[in-house]
Write a protein that binds this ligand. Structure first.
Ligand code: PMP
Ligand code: GLU
Length: 402
């Protein structure tokens, strides 16, 4: 007799959605493995190599034998470097004991949700949102309450909407700025208004996901946790994946109130322990070195933002936002819903993304996965040639949809 997976697999895992970004990236890879010339603009991953000086620091860590377990919340050296970074760049004051380093920012967010949510607690998620927020909240037993803004509002939810969504069960508010998937950036005043609503309540913890901090084209990154009334109720999340192009090194961190750091430390200590020792040593070097490479990458993304938005504006029917950060553009493609090329009919954003992959051989991600079913997410962390060719293919393919 063999095990019946439907009885064996936990209900909450059966109910969990697979990450759409990872699924679409894999589909693009599968198609490419069959010999199809696919341009994948699906995964949110910088196309640059990790800067050489960071790799050198990791080689030297390995050579000198830094290959053992580290303290669960991270090495003291890295946590000191993170405290200095938070202070000088974000006006955030933390002691090293308030920092928890994890295997990516994704784990930081999971730690916090697991550490705070009881069955039925609510987490307000600002939409469009990054795919994993909703599933992590549900997995931790909480109820996601999505509050959204459309392309007319540059996809930015306002403080009034947040106030209206707060109930006696609200425990968390989660958002990213610069935002994945829209590239929108909240201004100082927008964040201040949001902070005032949260502080007035007094019982809500904000998870401010700032992983795209260095990929900000406005020249002004604001951390909500730096407002006086937010110091005790904000977890600031950051990491090395995006700004330093270190996705494979699996390193993120959170700074927050002591009680939260202690709880995350406890969760992580039972689930994964400390992050990779040599990654941490190299990451401390990354934080302490001039951000020349990070700024050069930001400038490249900014140039590509202008390239891709101008190309997409030429695609009939597309409504294109003008992102201020990250490396995604989030056009409204609903003009094509109900249109067919004779063999395929596009009914929604999922169909649209699927059709672009199978017909135009361009990988994108349906906006539905991010809570916006009129849009698709296109990552422009790609070369100018690939961006230009991808939009050419999309445009040519769509000419057949009537
Ligand atoms: N937050 C956001 C908004 C992201 O886009 C990502 C994607 N990498 C993460 C968190 C997780 O990053 P990592 O786990 O690679 O640090
Ligand atoms: N965060 C990236 C994205 O949105 C990487 C994939 C993932 O971690 O989900 O595409």
């Amino acid at each position: 007799m063999s095990i019946d997976p439907s009885k064996m697999i936990a209900a909450k895992v059966q109910a969990m959605e697979e990450s759409a970004t990872i699924r679409m990236a894999q589909k693009s890879r599968d198609l490419a493995a069959k010999g199809v010339n696919v341009i994948s603009l699906s995964l949110g991953e910088p196309d640059f190599d990790t800067p050489e000086f960071i790799k050198e620091a990791a080689y030297s860590a390995l050579k000198k034998g830094n290959t053992k377990y580290t303290p669960v919340p991270g090495t003291m050296d890295l946590r000191n470097a993170i405290c200095d970074k938070f202070k000088s760049e974000n006006k955030l004051d933390f002691k090293p004991s308030q920092i928890v380093v994890s295997n990516g920012a994704k784990q930081c967010i999971a730690n916090i949700c697991l550490a705070t949510l009881n069955e039925g607690d609510e987490a307000i998620i600002l939409g469009p949102y990054w795919v994993s927020y909703v599933e992590i909240v549900k997995f931790a037993g909480g109820n996601p309450v999505v509050v959204s803004a459309g392309i007319e509002e540059d996809f930015k939810v306002n403080a009034k909407q947040i106030k209206q969504a707060i109930t006696l069960k609200t425990k968390l508010l989660i958002f990213s700025s610069p935002c994945n998937p829209t590239g929108s950036v909240f201004t100082h005043d927008e964040l201040k208004a949001m902070a005032d609503v949260i502080a007035e309540n007094g019982q809500i913890l904000v998870i401010s996901d700032e992983i795209y901090e260095y990929i900000n084209f406005t020249g002004n990154h604001v951390s909500i946790g730096a407002f006086d009334n937010m110091k005790d109720c904000t977890a600031t999340i950051n990491g090395f994946s995006k700004g330093f192009s270190m996705t494979g090194w699996r390193l993120g961190y959170m700074g927050g109130p002591q009680w939260l750091a202690d709880a995350c430390n406890k969760v992580q200590g039972q689930v994964t322990s400390g992050a990779a020792s040599f990654s941490q040593e190299a990451a401390a070097v990354a934080l302490r070195t001039e951000k020349t490479e990070a700024l050069a990458m930001r400038d490249a993304f900014m140039r590509r933002r202008d390239l891709i938005t101008s190309l997409l504006r030429d695609v009939p029917g597309f409504v294109v936002n003008y992102p201020q950060g990250a490396f995604y553009v989030f056009p409204d493609v609903s003009y094509y819903f109900g249109k067919s090329n004779g063999s395929i009919t596009i009914e929604n954003a999922d169909d649209f993304a699927e059709a672009m992959l199978t017909e135009a051989h361009v990988g994108t991600v349906s906006g539905a996965a991010f809570g916006a079913d009129q849009c698709i997410r296109i990552s422009y962390a790609a070369s100018d040639e690939n961006i230009t060719e991808a939009v050419r293919r999309i445009k040519a393919c769509l000419q057949n949809f009537k």
